[in-house]
Design a protein. Structure first.
Length: 280
């Protein structure tokens, strides 16, 4: 006859699966080397199949398990969860955004949606992705499309998208033949918050080994190649440190790292069951 722990564990695996426990992930894994935080954990959980990550988070929470299993539970999961169902988190869908939101009052199109998604991985657009799903549901567009747009309204307003990194441009491209400096990089970035996505993408490619000669011209003020069609708006303000000004390209930690109390309680019960069952 199965023990109580085994019975609870079976119900967790077969029945309504406990949601990924965001609080447990942070407390268990934040001290592990290479820790990767979720940008908006609650939104990620709501939008994705997290089964493999849930399993490995439970293993990570056992004594001595964090170093091995936390990487399997992180946003860019490694090991068995990299190829498991749900291993690749859902990305923002540009086509769905346009078809769902273009008819709403105050609609704001992405200047360069494809490069925005390329520059900001699924973890860094989790809130927008979740609210685009809610917008696509019947009657949801008017409320949720503003949360999914580039200059997102609350609750996604704190999910900051990557900006052009002026310091990286100088350090990567200043030695390239034909280098063109930004006259006031920081002010240019401010004036073109949504219109530098192509340059951001090609600066990232330029910073990779051997990429500077090809991609720095695509990231310069008078961009060539695929970015030539994106004309920059003239900067209207002046800041000090023109060529070396730095704009951060990191994303906010998100609006929520906590799942609901009910989810956490069920997740904790399943974890205790798992630990108990293994001792039988």
């Amino acid at each position: 006859m199965p023990s109580i722990a085994q019975t609870v564990l079976l119900s967790c695996l077969v029945g309504a699966h406990a949601a990924f426990n965001c609080t447990l992930y942070a407390s268990t894994c934040s001290g592990v080397t290479g820790y990767e935080a979720y940008g908006d954990c609650a939104s990620t959980v709501a939008s994705n199949n997290m089964t493999c990550r849930e399993t490995h988070l439970a293993l990570a929470a056992k004594a001595g398990g964090a170093a091995t299993h936390c990487p399997h539970a992180q946003p860019s999961a490694t090991g068995p969860c990299a190829t498991a169902p749900g291993g690749k988190l859902k990305a923002f869908n540009c086509t769905v955004y346009a078809s769902t939101c273009s008819g709403t009052t105050g609609y704001k199109a992405y200047t360069d949606c494809a490069n925005t998604v390329a520059n900001n991985n699924a973890n860094h657009m989790a809130c927008r992705t979740r609210h685009l799903e809610l917008a696509a549901a019947s009657g949801g567009a008017a409320t949720h499309c503003p949360h999914a747009q580039f200059a997102a309204a609350a609750p996604c307003a704190t999910e900051k998208l990557k900006t052009f990194d002026c310091a990286l441009y100088v350090s990567t491209c200043s030695g390239v033949t034909g280098y063109k400096a930004y006259s006031d990089c920081a002010a240019t970035v401010t004036a073109n918050s949504a219109g530098m996505q192509c340059r951001i993408q090609h600066l990232t490619l330029a910073a990779k080994s051997g990429g500077a000669a090809t991609h720095c011209p695509h990231a310069q003020p008078n961009a060539t190649g695929p970015c030539a069609s994106y004309t920059l708006t003239a900067a209207t303000t002046t800041t000090s440190g023109t060529t070396g000004a730095t704009t951060t390209g990191t994303s906010a930690t998100g609006t929520s790292l906590v799942s609901s109390t009910a989810m956490n309680s069920l997740s904790g019960l399943c974890l205790m069951a798992l630990m108990g069952a293994t001792l039988q």
